[in-house]
Write a protein that binds this ligand. Structure first.
Ligand SMILES: Nc1nc2c(c(=O)[nH]1)N[C@H]1C(S)=C(S)[C@@H](COP(=O)(O)O)O[C@H]1N2
Ligand SMILES: [Mo]
Length: 439
């Protein structure tokens, strides 16, 4: 904060000195533009990664404006600026024993709008990223069908395509919090979440092609990775909005996301969206695979396990401020956050500054799509007082995001999965933000 004001003061002095030597009208324009620019650059210099050399600051002509830039196709496939090198996926060292069966998380504090760039989509593998050659990859559809089918990628991609914008969330998102480990970063409390445009073929189209037999109720999706990860999906969902997806954000899937083809179940736990999809079997009952018995079930207080908890319930979190984005100044601040629901659209988001005692309704910003990340915002006037910041999302079905104690009451404290309770950030007098648990 100190650096920011010193910078700004220096800049203003320089600009005013320069302006004094100009005729009046020119001087006014120069001052206005100069002032606007100076605040922007000072902020960028303080908050950003590198402080540009003073020789590039107003009133000088910046270094990069004095020479030619690089030409086209010097980088045939574009990358973010080198100044954005800290906007990356991150892992938590102690969480898993090996990177082959691990998880990386999306830097939600750096995301803009609702689309997660492909290179920042969190990754979850059980046996690493297989290198699948699309020419040799097949999708088998067998079981209770009239005409079993083996599809090449070309054949799959000749069916009519559909595109949707939906979030994908690992049900273990926030799991560490539930177990009482408080992560001091938004990236680690909520970063097992992404939202992309996904393109593929509706699974119902493929199932029409093979003809489902009477009595069929379930579908098994199996992956081609070393884990052979498999999940049972009710046919109801498969015939509703499940997609067999080959593209993500306008290009073929990234290897991490299941290249060349994955299943995609909008609004459902990410684990059911089987990557590197190789087989779909139709049957009359679930298969009870590892990922739906010993894993991805919720151990309830009475010792029974809640199974097939497919839907990712309504959730939300404040992304600015957050531990990685402390308050830089007093006064007006545009608080922002994201909300999402596996059941449909976000209808309303409320924000509390006092730990849930009183609530104000935030504004939904930009696109509000079903089963997608929805951005919300609210102006707050912060004068340095400590605050307990919370957001509470309500979806179009009327579901209200629960408090932590409501969730614990319903599910106990043995769970890892499906923690969607109201999250609390504590804003301290000095602008720093930390993660606290409030009932
Ligand atoms: N074949 C296969 N599919 C898989 C997995 C896997 O390890 N193997 N991981 C699952 C889990 S647990 C999640 S949360 C999502 C993560 O998708 P992403 O890596 O594209 O973010 O993929 C699911 N699909
Ligand atoms: Mo997951």
């Amino acid at each position: 904060m100190k650096r920011l004001s010193e910078n700004t003061t220096d800049l203003l002095k320089e600009i005013k000195a320069e302006a004094a030597e100009l005729p009046q009208k020119k001087r006014r324009d120069f001052l206005l533009n100069g002032l606007k620019l100076s605040v922007g650059s000072a902020l960028a210099a303080t908050v950003g990664t590198a402080m540009a050399g003073k020789e590039s600051l107003p009133p000088n002509v910046p270094v990069w404006s004095r020479k030619l830039g690089r030409g086209v196709v010097s980088v045939p496939y574009g990358h973010p600026s080198k100044h954005e090198s800290d906007v990356v996926r991150r892992t938590v060292d102690w969480l898993t024993a090996d990177s082959i069966s691990s998880i990386s998380m999306t830097p939600l504090h750096e995301m803009k709008g609702i689309i997660t760039p492909s290179g920042l989509v969190f990754e979850r593998y059980h046996a690493g990223v297989p290198e699948v050659n699309p020419d040799d990859h097949r999708i088998i559809i067998n079981g209770m069908v009239d005409r079993p089918l083996i599809l090449t990628m070309d054949q799959l991609m000749s069916f009519p395509s559909e595109s949707v914008i939906n979030f994908l969330e690992c049900p273990a998102n926030g799991g560490m919090e539930w177990r009482g480990t408080q992560m001091e970063a938004l990236q680690f409390t909520h970063g097992m979440l992404s939202c992309c445009e996904w393109t593929g073929v509706k699974l119902s189209t493929l199932l029409d092609e093979v003809g489902i037999q009477k009595g069929a109720k379930w579908l098994l999706a199996e992956g081609a990775d070393g884990a052979g990860m498999s999940r049972s999906i009710p046919l109801e969902k498969a015939l509703d909005d499940t997609l067999v997806v080959y593209a993500q954000n306008g290009e073929m899937l990234r290897p991490e996301q299941g290249y060349p083809v994955r299943l995609f179940n909008p609004g459902w736990e990410g684990n059911t969206s089987i990557k590197w999809l190789r087989r779909l079997e139709i049957g009359d009952k679930p298969w009870y695979q590892r990922e739906e018995t010993s894993k991805y079930t919720d151990l309830m207080p009475d010792g029974t396990a809640r199974k097939f908890s497919f839907v990712q319930e309504t959730n939300s979190v404040i992304t600015s401020p957050c531990p990685e984005k402390p308050m830089m100044h007093r006064g007006i601040h545009h608080l922002e956050g994201i909300a999402w629901s596996g059941r449909g659209k976000i209808k309303r988001v409320d924000v509390s500054l006092d730990g849930g005692v009183s609530w104000q309704t935030a504004k939904l910003k930009g696109l509000v799509l079903s089963k997608a990340i929805t951005r919300f915002g609210m102006e707050i006037n912060w004068q340095g007082e400590p605050l307990l910041l919370q957001s509470r999302a309500i979806d179009e079905t009327g579901y209200v995001q629960p408090t932590l104690s409501q969730l614990r009451e319903a599910r106990g404290s043995n769970s890892i999965y499906h923690k969607n309770s109201i999250h609390t950030w504590m804003l301290d007098k000095d602008g720093t933000v930390s993660n606290v648990q409030l009932g």
